[in-house]
Write a protein of this length. Structure first.
Length: 356
């Protein structure tokens, strides 16, 4: 069970599109939208960087090619020798857009998108480039990975097969795993003193943390999540009670949700409203952190928090959940968390830009 995005309006010339899968076409489409919104046409290409968040993001495309080509390997396209690599997305974007500063990919499972954002923000902060684009790449899964995730117990069952609108229910008593959702996002980070006021400006990252919790597999770590949350809040110069809003990881898996709720309690997030973007768009895996941070920025701009769908019976009713309806809520200090298989815990604090 999952949610597919509509076929994107192909922004690529036919000769390039023929050699580009869904992940590549979506990546170019979201970078194009972010490029225009950020006004990057006036930036020196040598001062623009690109970081792709995600690894092994085109497995469906590769499996389909194998099925077609197994009996005629001699006729394989030589392009497949580099298209299977994650860096193909770097090459694709830098061939389409004037990005000449640097480009690379980072993998952190479901925390990949937020890790790419942390790298991009840091690159601008230290002056490596004037602008850096972070992309949470669309994870194009094959039926093999989908079945493996279900066998693992991470992906939701057929319980809501006849009621798909009720299947995705993070932090609800009746959750039974995540619902996969195809998605992608690109976020541009720039130095404020070099941004044209006509460019879209949504907020700033003021605190950031990335820790390893020592797990190889999918098991969540309470201590790792708490360390990431506390470090990000501390770097922002805040106290836990200063955090007004938390955008949760919120996959809907029993162990993951229970551990995350315990981390919120132990971290002292007693004043924060909490919602889960995955309840609306599903779990985008590598793309999730970037898509959800984009949701944070949009909510901060509008001072309005989106609902958490299907949160009928919260597993921790004492926390300040956003329920079935959106609300206009004034907030300044937002926390976004993303956690990935392999013991990867990330968190960032987002605040409005002063004077904007």
């Amino acid at each position: 069970m999952g949610a597919e995005i509509p076929e994107v309006r192909d922004p690529l010339p036919p000769r390039i599109s023929r050699t580009t899968g869904l992940t590549g076409r979506v990546t170019v489409a979201v970078v194009q939208e972010a490029w225009r919104d950020a006004g990057l046409d006036d930036v020196d290409p040598d001062q623009i960087g690109l970081i792709i968040g995600g690894s092994n993001v085109q497995t469906r495309e590769q499996l389909l090619l194998q099925d077609v080509q197994t009996e005629k390997l001699r006729f394989l396209s030589p392009q497949l020798g580099y298209r299977f690599m994650d860096t193909d997305l770097c090459g694709l974007c830098t061939s389409v857009f004037p990005i000449r500063g640097f480009a690379y990919a980072v993998g952190a499972a479901s925390a990949s998108g937020l890790l790419a954002i942390q790298h991009a923000a840091a690159a601008v902060q230290v002056g490596r480039v004037q602008a850096c684009i972070a992309v949470g790449a669309l994870q194009d899964l094959s039926y093999v990975e989908l079945q493996a995730l279900r066998s693992l117990g991470a992906m939701g069952s057929d319980r809501f097969a006849e009621m798909p609108d009720q299947a995705c229910r993070p932090f609800d008593r009746d959750r039974d795993g995540f619902i996969f959702g195809e998605c992608s996002a690109a976020i541009v980070f720039r130095r404020l003193d070099q941004v044209n006021r006509s460019a879209g400006i949504y907020g700033a990252i003021t605190g950031s943390a990335h820790v390893a919790d020592g797990n190889r597999g999918p098991e969540p770590s309470l201590s790792g999540e708490v360390r990431a949350i506390r470090r990000a809040i501390g770097q922002a110069g805040l106290r836990p009670e200063d955090v007004d809003y938390v955008n949760a990881h919120g996959t809907g898996s029993p162990a993951g949700d229970d551990t995350e709720v315990a981390a919120f309690r132990e971290s002292g997030l007693v004043n924060a409203r909490i919602n889960a973007t995955k309840s609306i768009v599903g779990h985008g895996l590598s793309a999730a952190g970037a898509v959800e941070l984009a949701a944070v920025f949009l909510q901060m701009r509008d001072q309005r928090l989106h609902a958490t769908r299907n949160l009928d019976h919260p597993i921790a009713p004492e926390l300040l959940w956003m329920g079935r309806e959106p609300e206009s809520v004034g907030f300044r200090n937002a926390l976004k968390v993303s956690f990935g298989f392999g013991g990867i815990d990330t968190a960032v604090v987002v605040q409005p830009v002063q004077g904007r």
